[in-house]
Design a protein around this ligand. Structure first.
Ligand code: GLN
Length: 196
C-alpha cells in the first residue's frame, strides 16, 4: 500500500525533503505520495510528516492560524512518525524560549534559537548518529541549540558536547538540515527505522 508523506509547507524549504522521503521509501520498496501541507484537512490523511526548517516564528504562527497545529498533535498522539528539522524542531519543542513561538510540546526539549549562528551562520560537520554506520554530513544553518532534554528523550547525536539529534517517541528532531546533501539516511531512520 502506498504511503502518504506530508511535508509542512507553510514556509521554508520543502522540495528537498520530499525527494529524501521518496529515496528512503524506495530503499524499502515502498511507494510514497508526497503532499505539501499549507492548510488544515490534509494531515489526517498522512502516514508520516516532515516539519522542515525555515523561520520558526512564522511557521508557528501559520500552523496555529491555519488549524494545522492540533492535527500534528493528533498525528503524534496516534504514534505516527514525524521528522522535525531545525525550525521544525523549534516548533515541536516543549519550550522554545521565545514568546513569538507557540511550541507544540511534542519533543520534550528546551531549545535556544540561533545559538549556533552567532559566530558563523552556517557550517557542515560529520556527525556520528546512533543507528547509522558512517558519519552523517550535517548542515547547520542558524541552528537551534538543545539546552535540556526530558527523561524520555533519546539523544541520537551530539556536536561539541550538546545534543543535536533526538528522538521522543515517534518524533525525531534535528538541529540541522538533513535534506541538503542528498543523504536520506535520517529520513530513513525517522520513517522506516523499525522496518529494517
Ligand atoms: N533560525 C531559524 C529559527 O529560529 C531556524 C533556521 C533554520 O531552520 N535553518 O527559526
Amino acid at each position: 500500500m502506498s504511503l502518504t508523506a506530508g511535508v509542512v509547507a507553510v514556509q521554508g524549504d520543502v522540495s528537498e525533503h520530499g525527494a529524501a522521503v521518496e529515496r528512503a521509501a524506495d530503499a524499502h520498496g515502498r511507494d510514497v505520495d508526497v503532499v505539501e501541507i499549507r492548510q488544515s484537512g490534509t494531515v489526517p490523511d498522512c502516514d508520516l510528516l516532515v516539519l522542515p526548517g525555515g523561520e520558526s516564528t512564522t511557521i508557528s504562527r501559520l500552523l496555529h492560524s491555519e488549524g494545522i497545529a492540533p492535527e500534528i498533535t493528533d498525528h503524534v498522539g496516534d504514534g505516527k512518525p514525524v521528522l522535525a528539522t531545525c525550525a521544525g524542531l523549534i516548533v515541536t519543542a516543549t519550550d522554545a524560549a521565545d514568546e513569538r513561538v507557540e511550541p507544540l510540546g511534542l519533543v520534550d526539549v528546551t531549545v535556544e534559537r540561533n545559538a549556533f549562528g552567532r559566530q558563523k551562520d552556517s557550517f557542515e560537520a560529520p556527525l556520528d548518529v546512533a543507528g547509522l554506520d558512517d558519519p552523517f554530513p550535517a548542515v547547520f544553518i542558524r541552528a537551534p541549540l538543545i539546552d535540556a532534554v526530558g527523561d524520555a528523550v533519546e539523544v541520537l547525536a551530539a556536536w561539541d558536547g550538546r545534543p543535536v539529534a533526538v528522538r521522543d517517541g515517534p518524533v525525531v528532531g534535528l538541529s540541522f538540515h538533513p535534506e541538503l546533501t542528498g543523504d536520506s539516511r535520517l529520513h530513513d531512520l525517522a520513517f522506516f527505522g523499525d522496518e529494517t
